[in-house]
Ligand binder design. Structure first.
Ligand code: SF4
Length: 213
């Protein structure tokens, strides 16, 4: 098999942006950066992020600095990421707005030390466009409030997440996720994803501990 060149393999994520929405100005900034650094292509990732792909490895540091100057966001992807749909503000099906919850969870992720990557999906209605049922943490809205699910996974060993609580306010949903992730971070094995963690301990046990006052 022919060896791929180093330039083809390089990639760098644009940080932040859980909703996948970009202003025209931000797009123009990305194009300008791509032209300046000879970026071969821009990829849309499965987490709705943009990744600059195919630049000279020697330019990585300078490109990363230029990206950081233009795009603020969590140093993401190291601990996990959040995917968020457009919610009620922009989607006719939306029951609730998603932006504030996304920001609260971004802050929460940044404050935690987690044993493995945590992917979060937030959806503004039960259509669940952000696929929360197959993410470590999923939140979707219905007419009664937020539903929080935990322990989902896609990939090689898929698992549908279990419902932790429903009918929650935004604040209560944030607290429920914080309790889940706090318990997970203190009791999971190194690099154990939430799906395997829930299978090992059992969702009943986890729910009893998390829901306990
Ligand atoms: S989950 Fe619902 S609110 Fe969000 S984009 Fe899909 S249809 Fe719209």
């Amino acid at each position: 098999m022919p060896k791929r060149s180093a330039k083809k393999q390089t990639s760098l994520l644009i940080p932040g942006n859980p909703t996948g929405s970009l202003s025209i100005a931000a797009l123009e900034d990305i194009i300008a950066l791509a032209r300046t650094f000879g970026v071969r292509e821009v990829q849309i990732t499965s987490a709705k992020r943009l990744a600059l792909c195919g630049f000279a490895e020697a330019d990585r540091e300078e490109l990363a600095t230029a990206v950081a100057e233009k795009f603020q966001g969590p140093d993401a992807m190291l601990q996990g990421y959040i995917v968020c749909c457009r919610g009620r503000r922009q989607c006719p099906h939306g029951c609730r707005q998603t932006e504030a919850l996304s920001q609260g969870l971004t802050d929460l992720l940044a404050s935690l030390s987690l044993p493995a990557k945590v992917k979060i999906g937030i959806s503004g209605c039960p259509r669940n466009c952000s696929a929360g049922s197959t993410r470590d943490v999923g939140l979707f809205a219905n007419m009664k409030g937020w539903v929080v699910v935990f322990g989902g996974n896609a990939g090689c060993r898929p698992r549908i997440a279990d419902t932790i609580a429903e009918g929650l306010s935004r604040q209560a949903a944030l607290q429920a996720v914080e309790k889940c992730l706090d318990f997970y971070s203190k009791n999971a094995l190194p690099r154990e994803r939430t799906a395997r963690f829930v299978e090992r301990l059992g969702i009943t046990t986890i729910k009893e501990i998390i829901i306990a006052p």
